[in-house]
Design a protein around this ligand. Structure first.
Ligand code: FAD
Length: 500
């Protein structure tokens, strides 16, 4: 019988490393040793500030107290993303969390929506999303467990200071028995017989041995690529962004409960309001703009005084060919990077951790198990990749070489099929339970960027459309009335003890 894993070494103390440490220690308890090694000299990326609702499940899994977590990380609540200038230069739409107002009398929302729209009996999509209503008016509430409540579809995530999140998790982990080691790894030593990693060597000569290594070393992928040469699948031909500049600025107005993404000459700019400051960044493609011009664009589009010099970051979109190889599992940036448009990196760290716990190995490391993990997680990453590519593909812009390039670039076959099915008759589908983005998300972006169906499934016309229209109107009014009674975002955070 193979032995259970007795020792785990997490290499890297960025968001991915500390999330992995907290979740793994929670699962193995006293049965295995969990250590984390990080280097203060190398530092972390520290710019992951926007999340998606699954972060709530993760924080619950590792038993974080929500109010304490929010105070510690200066967090605010996120209800979705506002996209400015993505379809046409002067267009805007909102991609909300949660569902569109589907009630028992409304049947399938998209089909009914298009049938009503054709007859001029439906408003904008936003009118049927409780999260969009609250976001537009800066109001905040809590999800209700009662399926009849307007707030049952009120899904939320967070914006937080990624540096503070890492520090907070580090403190939590210290109290739960994770050993932290400070030091820089200078060598990764593999077993000659099978290439498994045996130990790593620190600059001061110390060696660290483990049964299982979790590579959280960021873009460098010290173990998974540096030692094991797992290979990288480059997606630049579909996702050409390769640089970013990030800069915090002073807070000048009430905190918005949503991320803003504004299209610029050769990419897009984010705006993320935290309790104490606003995070900003310009994500761009260096083939279409130089760094100085990008810096100038970013700095001239801040709504408060810049609090630091813009920080440059470089990346290549894509993913590690083997996310798990031998006894090394890569998580976070060491496993790949899609780009931050839909705030999915921290989500993918979390999915990687959950899948690892589901595929937890023994010291025999079954190849079937490793292959299963790689196939499953790889597919989940690709589905998210397609959704992000959609935003570029669906642009109508032709005002700069960058936008012309992304509008006309080839897209993966898997995405072509989805876009064509939608264009043909408004058909939306999810590829299995593991796909993160819902039909509502696909609909928000396609309709928001004016990919509109030529027709709709004729079965929807058999409904009593006056009755369906009345149901839609009832929902719109109920959402408006519910939001009227909610406090402002900032007042809500203070009432709940979440404000630092
Ligand atoms: P890092 O933060 O780079 O950490 C690497 C760790 O490895 C560090 O502790 C370092 O010290 C250690 N290390 C490296 N080499 C060695 C060595 N030789 N010896 C010892 N230790 C070593 N994600 C989101 O979910 N939402 C967002 O809004 C978002 N925005 C982003 C914007 C940009 C521009 C970028 C680039 C990323 C963004 N991300 C976002 C991604 C997010 O930042 C990362 O997923 C997250 O920070 C995890 O990073 P990491 O822990 O994998 O790597």
């Amino acid at each position: 019988m193979p032995e259970p894993i007795k020792s785990i070494l997490i290499v890297g103390g960025g968001t991915a490393g500390w999330m992995a440490a907290a979740a793994i220690k929670r699962s193995v308890g006293p049965h295995a040793e969990v250590r984390l090694v990080e280097s203060a000299d190398i530092g972390i990326v520290g710019v992951g500030e926007a999340t998606v609702p699954t972060i709530k499940d993760f924080n619950a899994l590792i038993d974080l107290d929500e109010a304490e977590f929010m105070r510690e990380t200066k967090a605010t609540i996120k209800l979705g993303i506002e996209f400015n200038g993505w379809g046409k230069a002067d267009s805007a739409y909102f991609h909300p969390f949660g569902t569109y107002g589907v009630g028992p009398t409304l049947g399938d929302f998209p089909g009914s929506y298009f049938a009503l729209k054709e007859r001029g009996k439906a408003g904008s999509l936003e009118a049927y999303s409780i999260c969009a209503h609250a976001a537009r008016r800066g109001r905040m509430g809590q999800r209700s467990p009662d399926p009849r409540s307007a707030l049952s579809g009120f899904h939320t995530a967070y914006h937080f200071d990624a540096n503070l999140y890492g520090q907070y998790l580090r403190k939590v982990c210290a109290g739960r028995g994770v050993e932290r080691i400070e030091g820089e790894i200078v060598e990764v030593v593999q077993r000659p017989e099978d290439g498994f990693v045996d130990h790593v060597v620190l600059k001061d000569g110390r060696t660290l041995k483990a049964d299982l290594f979790i590579d959280c070393t960021g873009f460098r992928g010290l173990l998974i690529e540096g030692a094991l040469k797992a290979g990288y699948e480059d997606w630049s031909h579909w996702l050409p962004m390769n640089r970013a500049l990030a800069v915090p600025c002073a807070k000048v107005r009430a905190v918005d409960p949503y991320t803003s993404s504004t299209a610029r000459e050769a990419g897009w700019q984010w705006r993320i309001a935290l309790q104490h400051r606003t995070g900003n960044g310009y994500v761009y493609c260096s083939d279409y703009i130089d760094d100085d011009a990008a810096r100038e664009t970013l700095l001239s589009n801040l709504d408060g005084e810049a609090l630091a010099d813009p920080r440059p970051l470089r990346f290549v979109t894509g993913r590690r060919k083997k996310l798990w190889d031998k006894n090394v599992v890569s998580l976070g940036l060491s496993s790949g990077f899609i780009e931050p448009l839909e705030s999915t990196s921290i989500h993918l760290v979390q999915v990687g951790i959950i899948r690892l716990l589901q595929h937890w190995p023994d010291t025999g490391f079954s190849q079937t198990n490793t292959d299963g993990y790689n196939r499953r997680l790889g597919r989940e990453i690709e589905l998210i990749r397609d959704f992000v590519i959609l935003h570029y593909h669906a642009t109508d812009r032709d005002d700069t070489p960058f936008w012309r390039h992304v509008r006309d670039m080839p897209i993966p076959d898997s995405l072509i099929e989805r876009v064509e099915m939608f264009r043909d008759r408004g058909l939306l589908f999810q590829v299995g339970a593991d796909e993160y983005f819902s039909q509502g998300s696909w609909m928000a972006v396609m309709v928001g960027q004016e990919i509109l169906p030529k027709t709709y499934n004729p079965l929807y016309a058999y409904q009593n459309l006056d009755q369906v229209a009345a149901g839609f109107e009832q929902i719109r009014k109920a959402w408006t009335a519910t939001v009227d009674n909610l406090p402002t975002h900032e007042a809500f955070l203070k009432q709940q003890g979440m404000w630092a």
